[in-house]
Design a protein around this ligand. Structure first.
Ligand SMILES: CC(C)(COP(=O)(O)OP(=O)(O)OC[C@H]1O[C@@H](n2cnc3c(N)ncnc32)[C@H](O)[C@@H]1OP(=O)(O)O)[C@@H](O)C(=O)NCCC(=O)NCCS
Length: 195
């Protein structure tokens, strides 16, 4: 057993074990509103780093099989993440990662990101996977999955992606830096580099 697993209190380990991670389907659309509320609350608390989304957008991702949902043993919403593609599928991003406060620090974000990573690789095998983040947890998880830190020059130039930064309080920095850098770290998984 790993040192990390030993460090978790027994009750947290059993809660984490009871959480199921799955690719979301139309059966999960009832969770779209609670997911958006969770994201909005986390964005307000952190002040940065999470693009707000409308329930309709989340429902579409579920119907398209481009989202991962984590549910507790009684069907409670535990976490979520979705896939977006840019530059006509040359790039894909796993966005909107959220874990409900009661389920944090149990390794759930790691499990959700891994499933979203696998789903992205299955659906877009030649796409470069990327993300921008200020979150240490996300940086750690991405590094474990094989992402490398890169300058923004290596990421998508798709305007629609960068428009998602408008709701961030640091957007003025991004604009002033002509999108070359900001407070987020860019991270990239390049399937070509794996060969
Ligand atoms: C960030 C977030 C997704 C982490 O979820 P989580 O399920 O608690 O994360 P995990 O338990 O899988 O932790 C993964 C790693 O990150 C670390 N970690 C988790 N939360 C952390 C935090 N707030 N600060 C620093 N490290 C953190 C864990 O210790 C673990 O590292 P370790 O294995 O070396 O100990 C969750 O806190 C959240 O939903 N926050 C609000 C939304 C958000 O910030 N999303 C990211 C947008 S880029």
């Amino acid at each position: 057993m790993s040192a990390e697993a030993l460090a978790l209190p027994v009750i947290e380990k059993s809660v984490a074990a009871g959480v199921e991670i799955q690719v979301a389907t139309e059966a999960h659309v009832c969770y779209a509103e609670p997911i958006c509320e969770l994201i909005a609350r986390a964005a307000a608390a952190r002040g940065t780093g999470i693009a707000k989304r409308k329930p309709e957008y989340v429902r579409r991702k579920m119907n398209e099989g481009k989202a991962v949902i984590a549910l507790g043993p009684r069907g409670e919403l535990a976490g979520f993440c979705y896939i977006e593609t840019w530059d006509h599928g040359r790039y894909a991003a796993n966005s909107g990662l959220i874990v409900a406060p009661a389920f944090r620090k149990m390794g759930l974000a790691r499990r959700i990101k891994r499933r979203a990573f696998e789903l992205s690789r299955e659906r877009y095998p030649s796409a470069k996977l990327f993300g921008i983040t200020t979150s240490l947890a996300v940086m750690k998880i991405n590094s474990e999955l094989g992402y490398k830190p890169v300058t923004f020059s290596e990421l998508t130039s798709d305007d629609i992606f960068w428009r998602g930064c408008r709701s961030c309080p640091n957007y003025d920095v991004l604009v002033r830096m002509k999108r070359q850098m900001c407070l987020c770290t860019g991270m990239l998984y390049d399937p070509e580099a794996e060969h």
